[in-house]
Design a protein around this ligand. Structure first.
Ligand code: SF4
Ligand code: SF4
Length: 255
């Protein structure tokens, strides 16, 4: 899904079809696209940015996001544009461009493409399609080399972004309905902790009965103590197990 864009600006790229594009500080529209954005921060976006900025996940969300409710009822942190600027620029836009360039969100990397995925529950989607997104103000289409979608994804460092976002799909694309509002509220809290508060989720894994309840290989447990990405993957597995009863984790026999 590409929020905020109407269909006329989207052109699906057929098999083997490419596009011409160049974006660099010399383009007349440089940084025009970094304002008034409706940009959803995925859990991996938040992880990269909080680490870049030396913040905890909670500090990052409090300072840089407005948490809205998404289509399936899940909390969705949206990147907060600067309110002290009538242009509503991105908080990470500096005089020379993006100040978090190496850790910029996946959506910033993917433009001018949109990536749509469908199906798949474990390691990735069963179908993938790419769309060319033509924003009126963007002059990047006027010159530059030809790209295929996969060349663009590689050039923009999107492999891990797409991989982790695909692992998140089986959660975000499903609803967690329940007649009891207290249970719904509890599920939302679990979602926020697992996806957007990694320090709390790490405490939960290391200090609660988590290890007694689940069979988790020792190496994986060791990794999650220091590695945020491995922790996030475990968080997705736990959410799927706890909310949708997917077989992503195994309970110990005696439990
Ligand atoms: S994160 Fe960087 S590239 Fe993305 S909108 Fe903000 S300034 Fe622009
Ligand atoms: S509007 Fe297009 S060409 Fe201009 S800076 Fe943004 S992405 Fe690059």
């Amino acid at each position: 899904m590409i929020p905020g864009l109407n269909d006329e600006r989207l052109h699906e790229l057929g098999e083997g079809q490419g596009f011409r594009f160049a974006c660099h500080p010399g383009v007349p529209c440089f940084n025009q696209c970094c304002r008034k954005l409706t940009l959803w921060l995925t859990p991996y976006d938040a992880l990269r940015l909080k680490r870049r900025l030396g913040l905890t996940s909670q500090e990052f969300i409090e300072r840089y996001a407005n948490v809205e409710t998404g289509q399936n009822g899940w909390p969705m942190p949206m990147l907060a544009m600067r309110e002290d600027d009538p242009e509503r620029t991105c908080p990470f836009l500096g005089e020379s461009g993006c100040t978090v360039y190496e850790d910029r969100p996946g959506a910033c990397r993917t433009y001018p493409l949109g990536r749509a995925t469908k199906g798949g529950t474990g390691g990735g989607p069963s179908q993938e399609a790419f769309f060319l997104v033509r924003e009126d103000h963007c002059q990047g289409f006027a010159a530059g080399r030809e790209w295929t979608p996969s060349q663009w994804m590689q050039d923009q460092g999107l492999e891990t972004y797409n991989h982790v976002n695909d692992l998140f799909l089986p959660i975000i694309t499903r609803q967690a309905p329940d007649p009891d509002p207290q249970i719904i509220a509890r599920k939302m809290q679990m979602f926020l902790m697992a996806c957007y508060d990694l320090e709390s989720f790490r405490r939960f894994v290391t200090t609660s009965r988590f290890r007694e309840l689940f069979v988790i290989p020792a190496l994986r447990l060791e990794l999650v103590e220091t590695n945020d990405l491995e922790l996030l993957k475990l968080a997705f597995d736990w959410l799927r197990f706890a909310i949708f009863t997917d077989d992503t984790l195994t309970l110990r026999q005696a439990v």
